[in-house]
Design a protein around this ligand. Structure first.
Ligand code: 13P
Ligand code: SF4
Length: 328
């Protein structure tokens, strides 16, 4: 067993083979009930993970759900910062992420020592951070935002308030353009959303002139400009359900198409193509690390657990609670 633990630690997930003949979905649901665990999943995870989870949502909804759960264990099928946010909100609970390698290029584009210097260089500024950040960044932050509430929260601050915004330059530029503010931006980005090709989106639009273009605000400015709707994954999903259009071009990670298609089987959802002629859709390789086998093993062995040191957690919880308060 000790050998196995070392193997797991090196791998970042439980590497035990799943017993032959296991019905993964049934076993996962059975263990979740037995252990009083809640399984949460982000819209970018694989379809079978979304279909097995108790709750699927955007970053805001996942944090709101964690804040009110009475489960003993939270299994976060998503990337590491989402598990950290849950752990900070529920320090007494066991929080599991099925594969610790599921990080986030955007969170990684903002190392804490450099961000601390950036904040120090702007002493009279309020620090707003996107939720796609490590716990260490949140500990340096006054208010956290998600794509679902960023505009509302920035708008709630006095017009002349000086703001440092990190780490996503695209979301920051989008908020600046809508609000007319001049937030000072950290120069970070998500490798998935930056890859969408405006040229290929417009080519697709030419073939589907009736299609509405849905865009996540982590995309580059020129892609955001051609959008019929800009919003978080949950906002784009809602729009696709409520709008009268029958076709949509979707410029965010392609995992969201699963829920869109499930909710509206008669509508057509076309993944916006990335700037790479070989691919039709754009996937987050970190989110796709979460598999049914890893979820099964994670529940079975209650590992890997997300840890946040006490001091960081006590500091970081303030900016997350402030966000939850301002989102009501
Ligand atoms: P949402 O909060 O819109 O779901 O976005 C999360 C994310 O990681 C976007 O890349
Ligand atoms: Fe991070 Fe981008 Fe993946 Fe979202 S899509 S989790 S921002 S790497």
């Amino acid at each position: 067993m000790v050998d196995n633990c070392e193997k797991w630690m090196q791998a970042g997930y439980v590497t035990e083979p799943v017993p032959a003949g296991t019905n993964l979905r049934d076993e996962i649901r059975r263990m979740a009930k037995e252990k009083n665990a809640v399984i949460m999943a982000h819209y970018y995870t694989q379809p079978e993970i979304q279909d097995t989870a108790d709750f699927v949502g955007d970053s805001l909804a996942l944090a709101q759900q964690a804040a009110k759960t009475d489960a003993d264990i939270i299994v976060m099928c998503g990337v590491h910062f989402m598990g950290e946010t849950n752990k900070i909100l529920c320090p007494e609970k066991k929080v599991l992420v099925p594969d610790l390698n599921a990080t986030c290029s955007l969170a990684e584009s903002c190392p804490a020592p450099e961000f601390a210097e950036f904040v120090k260089a702007h002493p009279d500024h309020t620090v707003i951070s996107y939720v796609n950040t490590t716990a260490a960044i949140k500990a340096l932050t006054d208010i956290v935002v998600t794509s679902g509430n960023a505009l509302k929260i920035v708008n709630s601050l006095p017009k002349d308030e000086k703001i440092v915004f990190g780490p996503d330059r695209n979301l920051g530029n989008y908020i600046n353009s809508i609000t007319g503010r001049k937030m000072v931006l950290w120069d970070g980005a998500c490798h998935v959303h930056e890859k969408f090709s405006l040229t290929r989106i417009l080519e697709l639009k030419e073939k589907h002139p009736q299609a509405k273009i849905l865009v996540h605000p982590e995309c580059k400015g020129p892609v955001v400009k051609v959008a019929d709707k800009v919003g978080s994954t949950a906002a784009l999903l809602k729009f696709s359900q409520e709008d009268e259009a029958k076709e949509f071009i979707v410029a965010t990670e392609s995992g969201i198409l699963h829920k869109m298609q499930q909710a509206c089987p008669d509508k057509v959802f076309l993944p916006a193509p990335p700037d790479d002629s070989t691919c039709a859709c754009n996937e987050c390789n970190y989110m796709k690390l979460i598999t049914m086998e890893k979820l099964y093993n994670c529940l079975r062995y209650e590992w890997p657990e997300v840890k946040v040191d006490k001091q960081t957690s006590e500091q970081a919880v303030k900016c997350i609670n402030r966000m939850l308060e301002l989102s009501k």
